[in-house]
Design a protein around this ligand. Structure first.
Ligand SMILES: NC(=O)c1ccc[n+]([C@@H]2O[C@H](COP(=O)([O-])OP(=O)(O)OC[C@H]3O[C@@H](n4cnc5c(N)ncnc54)[C@H](O)[C@@H]3O)[C@@H](O)[C@H]2O)c1
Length: 243
């Protein structure tokens, strides 16, 4: 049979942060390649639907705060087991770490960027192991390697944590045919960075990336072509950081 590296026919892929730039682009791309998608965001379902726009196949929409364990448990009951878990949900608050109010920003960033992925993987990974197959795609960042282009320390260390967690979980998932990878984007043109002073011409490629240029990596990591990639953190950063 012909090998189709990006064919997701018959696969259910859950994508969080689906009302955001990269999540919505990933949803459209995975759907266009045959996946049934379960789309999740803290935003209401109408916002998710509107942001994602037209899809090529079946989709369900779920409003869920992924930082809340009980809400994620209910989500996993509603969606049932999935083949792919793509966790794009995150926040990047601009707070100054020397300001008194920073502690609140720090706690919320850890809740969303660390507890969220933990809640999701704990809810979906065991079923992947039972099924004997699965794909997990987490989101790190260039900030997790070099401290960030413009983000604060609270964001940088949650993303560094995701890089470490990716490697931890990949080792455990491998014997069960569950791959675990992360994508570490550089400056991507999404609401996360709007109004934050990212200047396209200051980066090596003189532009920001389109969210689709990240969504296409999600597709490959969920598709047959990504079957032997695990424990990797894929830099999609337009040479803003080389390691
Ligand atoms: N845009 C960039 O330049 C950039 C760079 C490096 C890494 N990243 C990472 O890429 C991923 C996607 O980012 P993006 O640029 O699409 O951001 P975005 O802000 O456009 O989208 C993030 C989405 O996550 C949702 N969200 C926030 N908290 C949530 C929660 N508790 N529960 C459920 N959903 C929640 C938001 O509502 C939003 O729709 C993130 O993990 C981000 O850290 C982005």
């Amino acid at each position: 049979m012909e090998f189709r590296p990006t064919d997701l026919s018959g696969r259910k892929i859950l994508i969080t942060g689906a009302a955001g730039g990269i999540g919505a682009a990933s949803a459209r791309i995975c759907s266009a390649h045959g996946a049934e998608v379960a789309l999740v965001d803290i935003a209401d379902v109408d916002t998710i639907r509107r942001t994602v726009g037209e899809l090529s196949g079946p989709a369900t929409f779920h409003s869920c705060d992924t930082s809340q364990k009980e809400a994620v448990r209910r989500l996993s009951e509603a969606t049932g087991p999935v083949y792919g878990l793509v966790d794009c949900a995150a926040i990047c608050p601009p707070d100054d770490w020397l300001d008194d109010s920073w502690d609140e920003a720090l706690e919320r960033t850890i809740e969303v960027n660390i507890k969220g992925p933990a809640n999701l993987t704990r809810a979906y990974y065991p079923k992947m192991v039972e099924q004997g197959e699965g794909r997990i795609v987490l989101f790190g960042s260039v900030a997790g390697w070099m401290g960030g282009l413009r983000s604060g320390p609270h964001y940088a260390f949650t993303k560094g944590g995701i890089h470490a967690f990716t490697r931890w979980l990949a080792q455990r998932g491998a014997p069960h045919n569950v791959t675990v990878n992360a994508i570490a984007p550089g400056p991507i043109d999404t609401p996360m960075i709007y109004g934050r002073g990212y200047e396209a011409e200051t980066y090596p490629m003189k532009r920001l990336a389109a969210p689709e240029e990240v969504g296409s990596f999600v597709l490959l990591l969920c598709g047959p072509g990504g079957g032997f990639a695990s424990g990797a953190i894929f830099d999609v950063n337009g040479a803003t950081h080389l390691r």
